[in-house]
Design a protein around this ligand. Structure first.
Ligand code: GDP
Ligand code: MG
Length: 300
């Protein structure tokens, strides 16, 4: 899309996928994101929206998020979960509702009831697994769904074969508002959590040092190991000068400790699991001028 000066405009937004277990949501995501991208393994999560994939195109970016509670039929949700699912869905630009190529089940109808709380959000019905049925069988399914919800689009797809995926992508793009490129181009989802962790740490360093170390710091996650119910993360905080190192560490290490405590709280909330965080401050002279160092830090 172009503005009146012929400049390209960037669009970006959030999309969530609702649907019963096993309808093909993960398969669909893999297909739409491309094979290069691996999807973050799902961890138990309750209240937060997790980013499960990002599709970046020349002038748009779609962020797929997982919305807690939305895969469950409404009757299986407590009042609080319904409330949270609704809060989580409020800021989504498009909801994809994926179903089997058969009449709506009790559980599907439960999800539809939940969707009715968002009359302003466009909902696309994706009838998946169309490769398993004969074409004429799909029409009555469409008719039945039309009766229970005013879907913005109804698109038959086969996530497994890749059929209809381009159409879904096109229609999503039509509904994305103008917005920034929230995430770097080549960020694949398995790197995403690391990237977000490093951003959280960097933000906390800035907060704690009150910009005494402005922009002169970079954070690199150097180790990430997932155990039973805890994730151990080690990260280096790089600065250019010894004096900056001293500022970040603080008297008796208190400032670095404060950075760690507050970063850990945010990271635990994001990952929804206990986190053990170890931070080191290292001096890398002139890292900002040094291309190799930048590349190492994933900044280039
Ligand atoms: P999810 O639980 O909704 O994430 O579903 P998955 O993506 O894990 O898929 C569940 C099963 O359905 C897997 O065995 C997939 O291979 C299969 N599946 C997904 N999409 C299709 C499709 O379009 N056609 C067929 N035949 N099978 C599919
Ligand atoms: Mg899945």
């Amino acid at each position: 899309m172009k503005d009146e000066n012929g400049q390209g405009l960037f669009h970006s937004g959030y999309v969530t996928i609702a649907g019963k277990p096993n309808v093909g949501k993960s398969t669909f995501l893999n297909s739409i994101l491309g094979e290069k991208v691996s999807i973050v393994t799902s961890k138990p999560q309750t209240t937060r929206n997790r980013i499960i994939g990002i599709k970046t195109l020349k002038d748009s970016q779609i962020i797929f998020i997982d919305t807690p509670g939305i895969h469950k039929p409404r009757h299986a949700l407590g009042a609080l979960m319904v409330k949270r699912a609704k809060e989580a869905l409020r800021d989504v630009d498009v909801i994809l509702f994926m179903v089997e190529p058969s009449a709506p089940s009790y559980d599907d109808i439960g999800i539809v009831k939940l969707l009715k709380g968002f009359p302003l959000t466009p909902v696309f019905l994706l009838i998946n697994k169309t490769d398993t049925v004969k074409k004429p069988m799909i029409l009555p399914v469409i008719e039945e769904y039309k009766e229970i919800y005013p879907f913005k689009e109804i698109i038959p797809v086969s996530a497994l074969k890749g059929d209809g995926i381009d159409i879904v992508l096109e229609r999503i793009l039509e509904h994305l508002p103008l917005g920034p490129k929230y995430y770097p181009d080549d960020l694949v989802t398995d790197q995403l959590e690391r990237f977000m962790v490093s951003e959280i740490i960097r933000e906390k360093v800035m907060e704690e040092t009150e910009e005494e170390v402005p922009h002169a710091c970079a954070v690199e996650v150097i180790d990430w190991s997932e155990e039973k119910d805890i994730i151990s993360i080690s990260a280096n905080i790089y600065v250019e000068k010894n004096s900056q190192k001293g500022i970040i560490i603080g008297k008796a290490g208190l400032r670095l400790k404060a950075v760690g405590t507050s970063a850990r709280a945010d990271i635990e909330r994001m990952l929804n699991t206990k986190v053990y965080l170890r931070l080191w401050v290292k001096v890398k002279p002139h890292w900002r001028k040094n291309e190799t160092a930048l590349a190492e830090l994933g900044l280039k």
